[in-house]
Design a protein around this ligand. Structure first.
Ligand code: G3P
Length: 220
C-alpha cells in the first residue's frame, strides 16, 4: 500500500521522505489554511521535495471553473493531481482533465454508488472519507471494501485513496482491505511508529550494553 501524507507541512513531508515513506501528498483548502501559507508557494515547495502525486483542490463549482483551476495548478509543479468534488460538474471536469493528461482525484466520496460513477468517469484516484463516516456512526472501512470489490469486478484503473484517516487502525484496516493508498495526517503517521515494547526493549538493551562493558572493565 502506498502511503500519502495528508498535509502541506513541509517539515513533516521532509521527515517522511527521508525514510522513503512519502509516496505522495494530498491537500485541501483546510489543510493549506493550517499552514498559513499561499497555495502556490507551498505546492511549489512540496513539488521540489517529492516525486509522487500531489493533490490540489480549488473552489470552482462548474466543470469549466474546476478545469481552469486544475490547468493553473498543474503549472505549480510536477505530478499535480486535480482534486474535484463528487458532483456532476466534478465528473464532467474529470472527463475533460483526464483527456488532457491531467490526473484527477474525486474527493468527498461517501458511497459505493459515487465511487462507481467516479471510476466510470475515468478518475485516476477516488477518495472515500472513512473518518467522517465513522463520525456519523457509519462504517467507513466497510465502504472501502465495497468500493474495492466494485473496482475489481470491472477492472477499473482508478486507485482508492483511503482519506479522512483518524487513527493507526484506519491505516492497518486499509492495508488489510487491499486499498491502493492511505493518506495519513502527520499525527497519525507519527503514531504508526510507536509501540511501548519497542521503547522498553531499547531502554533495556542500552542499560545491558553499559552493564556488560562495566562488568568487563571490572574484570580487567
Ligand atoms: O483527505 C481528506 C481529509 O483531509 C479529510 O480529513 O479529518 O478533515 O475528515 P478530515
Amino acid at each position: 500500500m502506498k502511503i500519502f501524507l495528508d498535509t502541506a507541512n513541509v517539515q513533516k513531508i521532509k521527515e517522511a521522505a527521508a525514510m522513503g515513506l512519502c509516496d505522495g501528498i494530498t491537500t485541501n483548502p483546510t489543510i493549506i489554511l493550517k499552514e498559513g501559507r499561499d497555495h502556490k508557494e507551498v505546492i511549489n515547495e512540496i513539488s521540489a521535495l517529492i516525486s509522487g502525486p500531489i493533490s490540489v483542490e480549488g473552489i470552482g463549482e462548474t466543470a469549466d471553473e474546476m478545469a481552469k483551476d486544475a490547468v493553473e495548478f498543474s503549472k505549480w509543479g510536477k505530478n499535480i493531481v486535480a482534486k474535484v468534488p463528487m458532483t456532476k460538474e466534478g465528473l464532467k471536469a474529470v472527463r475533460a482533465l483526464e483527456a488532457k493528461g491531467i490526473p484527477t482525484n474525486v474527493t468527498l466520496v461517501f458511497s459505493p454508488a459515487q465511487a462507481l460513477l467516479a471510476a466510470k468517469a475515468g478518475a485516476s484516484y477516488i477518495s472515500p472519507f472513512v473518518g467522517r463516516l465513522d463520525d456519523i456512526s457509519q462504517d467507513g472501512m466497510a465502504l472501502i471494501a465495497e468500493i474495492l470489490a466494485i473496482l475489481k469486478n470491472y477492472g477499473f484503473k482508478s486507485q482508492v485513496i483511503v482519506a479522512s484517516v483518524r487513527s493507526p487502525m484506519h491505516v492497518v484496516e486499509a492495508a488489510k482491505a487491499g486499498a491502493h493508498i492511505a493518506t495519513v495526517p502527520p499525527d497519525v503517521f507519527d503514531k504508526l511508529f510507536s509501540h511501548p515494547l519497542t521503547d522498553k526493549g531499547i531502554k533495556m538493551f542500552i542499560e545491558d550494553y553499559k552493564k556488560a562493558n562495566a562488568a568487563a572493565g571490572a574484570k580487567k
